[in-house]
Design a protein around this ligand. Sequence first.
Ligand code: G6P
Length: 508
Amino acid sequence: MTAIEQYARRLLKDFHPIIAANRAPVDVVSRDGQAPLFSRGAGGLVTGLSSLAQATGAVWVAAARGEAETQLRLDDEGEPMILETSDGGRFQVSWVSAPRLVYDMYYNTISNPLLWFVQHFLWNLAQAPILDETTHRAWTDGYRRVNQLFAQHVVREARRGHQRPLVLSHDYQLYLIPRLVRRELPDAVLQHFVHIPWPTPQYWKVLPQYMRDEIMDGLLAADVIGLQTSSDVRNFLLTCEENMRLPVDFRQQTTFYRGRTVWVRSYPISIDVNAFQRAAATPAVERVEREVLRWRPEHLILRVDRMDLSKNIVRGFYAFDRLLQAHPELRGRVSMWALLQKTRQDVREYREYAREVQQAVRGINERHATGEWLPIRMEQRDDITRAMAGYRQFDVLLVNPIYDGMNLVAKEGMVVNRRGGVLVLSENAGTHEELGEWALTINPFDVDATAEALHQALLMDPVERLSRAERMRTVVEQNDIARWISAQLQDIRDLVEPSAARQPEPVR
Ligand code: G6P
């Protein structure tokens, strides 16, 4: 058992911990007539929560998103299933299965196109969104309904245990859970963590009042609300004050609602640095690296992203185009390797965005490519081995989201890179609060400034590159996933359970 596991288990010995998150720790791939395959699920949430689940031994309540998962759900007879991944992960999962149309309204009408867009400021408000009957129905029959199903599972799981339930619910898909669970389990300890940015109170007003009030009423039934950065905490407290007219203490970071104090805290999510570094040093990664060494020119710029509108991929390519135009001497000497993963393809905006990304790459390659040199090498697949090889090989890592809750690519890249690589980082990524001082900061909308930062990064003196890279690696090593977990558990102990004194000291 690792130090954080020992710490978490001792601290939680009187609790029955349950995680609720839309995505499971594993993706299930069914194979005709054979046992299903399990692989790690996508996105930053799964990366962070997997460690939390392992450390606490919590049951993970997740949506059965596809056929294979629904089949597993039918097989599980109401007990959580033990799932083991090929990389040694072991999880207890309880599947929530919603009718297809209900899930579709919850995921493809409310969660992703609406809440995700609001929280990443993605709307061009002169044109969108247009909220209508479909939206209202999707809220009632989709979002509310799936949250209720999740809450039922959580409550059932809580009642299977004999200790006090500790429910750790996650993200924008499940905002209503704390209230629904509190109604059934008034003494449970509830924490809800929001992985994505929390916008200003004004911007929340894109949503009809009943929706935004229901979100706040749902969340404020928790004891602790966790967010990624201090600016998210401020925006959350401002939203309590302005949109809900609640008393707020900005110094204590608390608000008071329905007779209870609610604590609002930032816990910047991170990665399991040791595990990640080990996984990046395997023969499979080295094989890809050797392949990369055959085609990479003198300089390699890397980006690794889900093909999400918030990731600002197209402007990143435009910036690279500007770089090649402004500095013709770099043609043939620098390539951008874009490892992109298609995501949320049932949502029209995402399909259109994937097409825009492809068009941008085609246009730039047609303009600049020569017989031996491909300016942008884009790969569209989910392949962590290739990402790790990229992380080891980059000279510049471009992380330029419009807005991003945290962005773990920046952290992953900086802890495994072996070339003193430079991070070009959007000021609107949550990671900027930790790494901004040593990265080259960009305004993600300004493609000329981004091109200039790329140029500066490529030309940076090796001593400076190394010292910046070193500082960033140290920061991530210190603030790794163990700290994310222990900070939350410590707060649960100190804020919610002040009487539970003399518990074990936190890790680090
Ligand atoms: C981000 C969100 C998660 C989400 C993940 C992948 O990390 O914060 O809640 O699970 O992206 O998105 P998906 O829609 O594929 O689950």
